[in-house]
Design a protein around this ligand. Structure first.
Ligand SMILES: NC(=O)c1ccc[n+]([C@@H]2O[C@H](COP(=O)([O-])OP(=O)(O)OC[C@H]3O[C@@H](n4cnc5c(N)ncnc54)[C@H](O)[C@@H]3O)[C@@H](O)[C@H]2O)c1
Length: 480
């Protein structure tokens, strides 16, 4: 039986739910798309008339919102209402690592997924296709199904005729290029059992994705494929960062090594940029989830293998802050360091698990005064991440004390005139505007000996040639 989808509800208006639904609404003008979330502030921002205030920054997102919002794309806190009118419901809620209880520190916390499934069970009407968009451990679909089917046991309505299908449709977008990735996906993966439900979802994607790129698998393969994709990507980052450390020790250059291996078609050239370590909300949590699953199924060696990718990443972040301290004579007390970039990558305002968090915490702990710039991350977010108020928000009488001891931070809104008396500049996010800094001018303002630490390889070393700035960049051993 052909199922035609006319009304979609997406639970979760975050980095995945918001952009994904915006693109579906844009490409399927005949489908009504309602994105719901319990977070009122987030929904208000999605509805704000000033598109600069959208809660998520992604290049191209604002234009789609302008085209579709209040036409066939709506954002609301009324979760119940839009669940009940939907033919298809995407669950796109957060699945962070569990903080306590069984599997703490590794397993995914499914409490938000379970709550969503319970809401769907309670309010859905007629036949509803429930789509797992969140990244979930293998066999979560079974949990969702069980909750949906148990509806019959507690429903007040005697003749409750609601029925459900569950599909897995993990999202592979990368933040910073989310709109491009959603509009031109490498593939769309749909896992499920019911052919009609799979077809209904396939038909939505077929509005803009070639059928050749729409892969059907069983539901468990689909769930595991998402975890595996992120584990492989993160492992690649840790691999090249490990070689970067070796390059620094031996006199090789990681960019040359990456280029040489990237020409090998079995390896490929993408995702071989050394950096300060992977961040973002997904890589670490998805690998830890894989570790947990492997342990659960008695595969200790598999668990150890993947765990090493995460432990290496943490070591690598500490390596960078240790290296900076060492170059600045072993103490950062009272030294001014300008930090360029705080988001976990460029073109996003997301700071979750950003390498900048650990590195900045370490530098503050060593007594540095950090002046942090990021074009898209505000001081409130940095303050939450560092768990520390910015200097300008500290009580007047406390300020003098803190200034004497060092170990504080503040934001700067522009890089212009930011380098006066700075001992060092540290690039942590590859925002393109950092490529155009006038280094001769920066050098003239800095305290000597001055340093530039480029953890992203965005600065062209030839632009520093006529300056007094000492230069370190990731994986560059050529100067030893
Ligand atoms: N961020 C990425 O790049 C990315 C990429 C692919 C997959 N994923 C996966 O997608 C999922 C969502 O990630 P995200 O980054 O969008 O998370 P997010 O934290 O940005 O958004 C999740 C939203 O869900 C809302 N929510 C939670 N429970 C709810 C409920 N019961 N009812 C209504 N709203 C509820 C939260 O308020 C939040 O706004 C995760 O499983 C993640 O692993 C993320």
């Amino acid at each position: 039986m052909e199922i035609s989808i006319r009304n979609i509800c997406c639970i979760g208006a975050g980095y995945v739910g918001g952009p994904t639904m915006a693109v579906i609404a844009d490409r399927c003008p005949n489908i009504l798309v309602n994105v719901v979330d319990v977070n009122k502030e987030r929904i208000d921002l999605w509805n704000s008339s000033n598109l600069d205030n959208l809660p998520i920054y992604e290049p191209g997102l604002d234009e789609i919102i302008k085209r579709c919002r209040d036409k066939n794309l709506f954002f609301s806190n009324d979760v119940e209402k839009f669940i009940s009118s939907a033919d298809m419901i995407f669950i796109s809620v957060n699945t962070p690592t569990k903080k306590k209880g069984i599997g703490a520190g590794k397993a995914s916390d499914l409490k938000w997924v379970e709550a969503s499934a319970r809401q769907v069970a309670a309010f859905a009407t007629g036949h509803t296709i429930v789509v797992e968009k969140s990244t979930l451990p293998v066999r979560t679909a079974e949990v969702i199904k069980e909750i949906l089917l148990s509806k019959k046991d507690f429903s007040d309505q005697e003749n409750d005729s609601s029925t459900f299908d569950v599909l897995s449709n993990p999202e592979f977008l990368a933040e910073g290029t989310a709109i491009h990735d959603l509009e031109n996906p490498d593939r769309v993966l749909i896992g499920g059992e019911d052919k009609d439900a799979i077809k209904a979802l396939t038909n939505i994607y077929k509005n803009w994705v070639s059928p050749k790129k729409i892969l059907e698998t069983n539901i468990w393969s689909s769930e595991l494929a998402k975890l595996t994709a992120n584990a492989f990507l993160a492992q690649r980052v840790s691999s090249i960062n490990s070689i970067g450390a070796l390059c620094e020790a031996t006199g090789a250059d990681v960019r040359e090594v990456a280029k040489a291996i990237g020409f090998d078609s079995r390896i490929g050239s993408k995702f071989l940029d050394a950096g300060p370590g992977f961040g973002g909300s997904c890589f670490k949590k998805d690998i830890l989830n894989l570790v947990y699953l492997s342990e659960y199924f008695g595969l200790k060696e598999v668990a150890d293998f993947w765990n090493s990718v995460v432990t290496f990443n943490t070591w690598h972040q500490h390596r960078i802050s240790r290296l900076i301290t060492k170059k600045l004579f072993g103490t950062l007390s009272g030294k001014k360091i300008v930090v360029l970039g705080f988001a976990f990558k460029s073109n996003t305002n997301d700071t979750r698990e950003s390498a900048a968090i650990q590195i900045c915490k370490n530098l503050i702990e060593e007594g540095a005064a950090l002046f942090i710039h990021d074009p898209k991350v505000n001081h409130q977010q940095i303050s939450r991440d560092l768990n520390l108020k910015p200097f300008s928000f500290i009580e007047k009488n406390e300020k003098e004390k803190i200034k004497n001891h060092g170990g504080y931070w503040d934001t700067i809104s522009s890089t212009k005139n930011a380098f006066k008396d700075a001992d060092a500049i540290l690039v942590l996010t590859e925002w393109s505007e950092y490529k155009n800094i006038d280094w001769a001018n920066a050098s003239s303002q800095m305290r000597k000996p001055s340093w530039l630490f480029d953890s992203r390889s965005v600065i062209d070393p030839t632009k520093l040639e006529n300056t007094d700035i000492n230069f370190w960049r990731i994986g560059d051993g050529l100067k030893i």
